[in-house]
Write a protein that binds this ligand. Structure first.
Ligand code: PMP
Length: 300
């Protein structure tokens, strides 16, 4: 299937407070965000017309900007409203939503104190990241690129620049025939996928790495609350790569990935099983509930 470039599509994009035709949502090539990766973004999904965990995503967007030293010039309420508005303007009910805030053109140097902060929100139909074959499970290469120390990079921010490492790792994996990469951190501990968190089933318990140098994903927290409601023991701990041989099931979770079974990590093979299937089914039911009910069910 031919890829349709993102600038060759129709619809509307919310751009600095105005709903503009898709093809007019342009910026200048001398934009700070483009040269110095001074941008932060979100990835959200709407299901049956509701954006899942919208406020949590908006709060993370604002926090990501603060970590990079800037304030997004809109309130959380205004950003929430704009996300909802752009989904409606594009006549979508099930969609991926991409807010992005970045530094503008006023300065093009390492120092960027005088730059204006821009915000755009786009949306498009985007089925599961791993397509219809998701239940078969995906294959992960163990990346040679590592998640950096939190004093080396702003790892708690969903900062555009951090995705440089993810793209390198994912390209390396794809070149070897894998679907994606599993990343270790600078200590050699298991960290996460390139755009999703990872969970392991050990002896019927659900284990996941401590998110101290990568995103504590919104889906990660939702899946932990679902698992606890299912009476599974959920353990956040240091996981070393050699332990992966002993896992009975592995799955990735994230807004784009949703809950995706893993059938291989490097030399280790897995069969997606009952734990993953139960959590996946519950997640798919949860995302289609009304936002107030979602909040009640994921409060734990
Ligand atoms: N890690 C990375 C690197 C990601 O890009 C994402 C997706 N935002 C996640 C984890 C999962 O986060 P969330 O569940 O909030 O989408």
């Amino acid at each position: 299937m031919a890829l349709v470039p993102f600038d060759d599509r129709d619809g509307f994009i919310w751009f600095d407070g105005v709903m503009v035709p898709w093809r007019d949502a342009k910026i200048h090539v001398l934009t700070h965000g483009l040269h110095y990766a001074s941008g932060v973004f979100e990835g959200e999904r709407a299901y049956s017309g509701n954006i899942f965990k919208l406020r949590a995503h908006t709060e993370r967007l604002i926090k990501s900007g603060k970590i990079l030293g800037f304030d997004i010039p809109y309130s959380a309420d205004a950003i929430d409203a704009a996300c909802i508005e752009v989904v409606k303007a594009n006549d979508l009910t099930d969609a991926y939503i991409r807010p992005l805030a970045w530094r503008g053109t006023e300065q093009l140097s390492v120092s960027a104190q005088q730059t204006k902060i821009h915000l755009m929100i786009a949306t498009w139909a985007w089925p599961n990241l791993f397509g219809n074959d998701r239940m078969k499970g995906v294959t992960l290469d163990i990346a040679t690129w590592k998640r950096p120390h939190p004093e080396t990079a702003p790892t708690a921010s969903k900062a555009a620049g951090l995705y440089m490492i993810g793209t390198l790792a994912k390209h390396e994996a794809e070149a070897k025939g894998f679907n994606d990469a599993l990343m270790l951190d600078w200590r050699g501990q298991v960290a996460e996928g390139t755009g999703a968190n990872v969970f392991f089933v050990f002896n019927g318990e659900i284990h996941t790495p401590i998110p101290d140098c990568f995103l504590d994903g919104i889906t990660r927290r939702v899946v932990m609350s679902i698992a606890r409601r299912h009476q599974y023991k959920v353990v956040e701990r240091v996981i070393m790569p050699d332990e992966m041989a002993k896992a009975s099931e592995v799955f990735l979770v994230g807004t784009a990935a949703e809950v995706t079974p893993v059938r291989q990590i490097g030399p280790h093979h897995y069969t997606p099983g009952a734990v993953t299937a139960a959590l996946l089914a519950d997640f798919e039911t949860l995302v289609r509930k009304q936002p107030s009910e979602v909040e009640l069910l994921t409060a734990a």
